[in-house]
Write a protein that binds this ligand. Structure first.
Ligand code: AKB
Length: 314
């Protein structure tokens, strides 16, 4: 049975990942950690939570001594839009945080580390349609630059120290439980909340801005499947993954099928430039071939489930 540490456990992905991991590996074997308290009461009650700052490299070994962890999901990060407002802090958290975790992993023989990269690793010079796994990576956001550097670091730690760190380039993640924060793809989740609460949404991207997306249940499965993939099957450390691609206009049409009087307006801000530098569609065939990645949700089934869950919640 694995003993897993999750950093950034109070964020959008961490909040749901911790619960899924506890179901699979038992409550006491999954240690949630963040600088913020858990947003889910059920997460707090179901297993250990510790306050930990990934920049405080002395606190990480103490956790090892207490919990004897062998696996880490390192999720603590500052996302693309917030990163542009505080680039120095974004670099510090995203790169020094990852570096501290990799160093800790190397020194304590951690068996496996999962660290999400992002479609933000691509930039304006990458192909925008069906973007391949191995292509030009010249992002122009600090978040993207930290993701490319992180991908290189992860591969370096494997080559130099044999540390088994694995990564997937996540697209925008849509979820109904905990709000995302500071991302460019956050508009999609916001649109659902506003459609249900006010039947009106002002979108910060243009209506025809197509971006790759994934629904949370697929994201959780993606992370756990990559964790458990046989090392002999993997020919690389970083994989493209995607589930669907759509624009705000297309999502609004889909939401209107459930909320007919929903209305949307578009007021693009600085996040438009970030979105314009990212791929529209992603080629994730290597993840499918090497470790069986296969998402379940498309825009139709995801929208239906989101509207159902948010109507219940709100
Ligand atoms: C963001 O929008 O910054 C993130 C991402 C695509 O990595 N959701």
């Amino acid at each position: 049975m694995r003993r897993i540490l999750v950093t950034g456990s109070s964020g959008q992905i961490g909040s749901e990942l911790v619960l899924a991991l506890r179901e699979k590996y038992d409550n006491d074997n999954v240690i949630a950690s963040d600088i913020r308290p858990p947003q889910f009461k059920i997460q707090k009650r179901s297993g250990p939570f510790i306050v930990m700052d990934v920049l405080d490299k002395d606190s990480i070994p103490k956790i090892f001594d207490e919990y004897e962890i062998d696996t880490i999901f390192h999720l603590a990060a500052i996302l693309s839009a917030k990163g542009e407002n505080i680039p120095q802090t974004a670099w510090e958290v995203n790169i020094h945080g990852l570096f501290n975790i990799l160093e800790f992993g190397r020194k304590h023989d951690i068996e496996r580390i999962i660290w999400p990269s992002s479609i933000a690793a691509f930039g304006p010079t990458s192909p925008r349609e069906n973007t391949p796994n191995d292509t030009i990576l010249q992002p122009n956001t600090i978040y993207g630059i930290s993701k490319v550097s992180g991908e290189l670091l992860v591969s370096y730690y494997f080559k130099k120290y044999g540390l088994d760190a694995r990564s997937m380039r996540l697209p925008g993640i849509i979820s109904s439980e905990v709000l995302p924060g500071g991302g460019t793809t956050d508009y999609a989740v916001e649109m659902f909340y506003e459609a249900i609460k006010k039947k009106f949404y002002t979108c910060f991207l243009k209506g025809d801005t197509v971006l790759p997306m994934m629904y949370m249940p697929d994201c959780i499965r993606c992370m756990i499947d990559l964790l458990e993939a046989e090392p002999s099957k993997l020919k690389r450390h970083v994989y493209n993954v995607t589930a669907m691609s759509f624009s705000p206009g297309e999502l609004a049409v889909e939401i209107k099928k459930h909320i007919p009087d929903f209305k949307i307006e578009y007021k693009p801000d600085f996040r438009q430039e970030i979105a314009d530098s990212w791929p529209k569609t992603i080629d994730d065939s290597l993840a499918r071939e090497e470790w069986g990645w296969n998402p379940s949700y498309d825009i139709v089934s995801m929208t239906k489930d989101m509207v159902f869950k948010l109507r219940k919640k709100l």
